[in-house]
Design a binder for this molecule. Structure first.
Ligand SMILES: NC(=O)c1ccc[n+]([C@@H]2O[C@H](COP(=O)([O-])OP(=O)(O)OC[C@H]3O[C@@H](n4cnc5c(N)ncnc54)[C@H](OP(=O)(O)O)[C@@H]3O)[C@@H](O)[C@H]2O)c1
Length: 267
């Protein structure tokens, strides 16, 4: 029997890209899912894509609206009576130099990519504590481990996730709750099209690294394997890639890594 059979999994950012692929793969592996994002029509499309709409509930959620989070958490739990796994995946990226980037852009990235994750987590924790089980899956990025040009807001938010969720993991193990942080490399999604430029407008271009990135369906399988194994942190993406090498270099030879990042050509 699949590890995910009858598990209830709540996925944010499920209307596209990695979240959509996770939704389809989870239903294929027997899970019941709650799919969240801002665009209801896209969530309904994803529900159809799974091939079993009875196993899917849609829950519209704007990660920039913390005042709606308590009701969202209650509705998520009520959807199937419990939540076993929460996958924090919704997010927005950024492509701009620090000197040009408006403060509102820095704040929006932190709001969507960091503050929403930690507040939804805080609100769901009592449910996990009461049930003495639960698993938070956090979609970070290679940019949660390194810093390159044009990504300051995004890298800051992703690095912050590691600090927060490493601390949380150390707190919640007594009630059998887990944290898995995923650091994807380049994955072929709309992430660069949707990324904000210095003023907050969408970039609307597919970066070449993203265009030739790893397939979302394979990425979803890698993520679900890491969660099943209870990994603390896991890179997903092409098995051999410059971004995977960058994490390794930053860890063991940070001076070499930083000198390479200085010369990185921004997309
Ligand atoms: N693709 C990559 O190369 C890559 C690499 C590393 C990490 N990641 C991470 O993977 C995650 C998923 O991104 P993706 O690559 O699948 O990109 P994507 O195709 O652009 O998907 C982003 C998702 O986030 C949702 N979202 C964005 N802003 C939101 C908001 N304010 N409220 C609620 N939902 C919001 C979008 O849904 P709506 O527009 O419907 O709200 C969409 O479902 C992100 O956290 C990203 O940082 C991606």
């Amino acid at each position: 029997m699949s590890f995910y059979q009858n598990k209830v999994v709540w996925i944010t950012g499920a209307s596209s890209g990695i979240g959509e692929a996770l939704a389809i793969e989870l239903v294929r592996q027997g899970a019941k899912i709650i799919v969240s994002s801002r665009r209801e029509e896209e969530l309904k499309r994803v529900a159809q894509q799974t091939g079993d709409v009875a196993k899917v509930r849609t829950l519209v959620l704007d990660l920039e609206k913390p005042e709606s989070f308590e009701m969202a958490v209650n509705n998520a739990i009520a959807s199937f009576g419990q939540v076993d796994i929460m996958i924090h995946n919704g997010g927005i990226s950024q492509r701009s130099k620090v000197i040009d980037t408006l403060p509102a852009v820095q704040r929006k990235v932190m709001e969507v990519d960091y503050f929403s994750y930690i507040e939804l987590t805080r609100l769901l924790l009592p449910h996990f504590q009461q049930r003495q089980t639960g698993h938070f899956v956090v979609i970070s990025s290679v940019m949660g481990k390194i810093g390159t040009p044009m990504r300051s807001a995004y890298a800051a938010a992703k690095h912050a996730l590691h600090g927060f969720f490493d601390c949380l993991r150390a707190e919640i193990w007594p009630f059998n709750a887990k944290v898995t942080i995923i650091t994807p490399g380049y994955i072929r999604t709309n992430v660069s099209r949707n990324a904000m430029t210095a003023t907050g407008a969408a970039l609307n271009e597919e970066g070449k690294n993203i265009g030739s990135g790893y397939a979302p369906d394979k990425t979803a399988k890698q993520i679900l394997r890491a969660v099943e194994k209870g990994k603390y942190e896991k890179y997903v993406g092409k098995p051999v890639s410059k971004e995977r090498m960058a994490i390794w270099l930053m860890r063991f030879f940070p001076t070499v890594a930083i000198n390479i990042f200085k010369k990185a050509v921004p997309e």
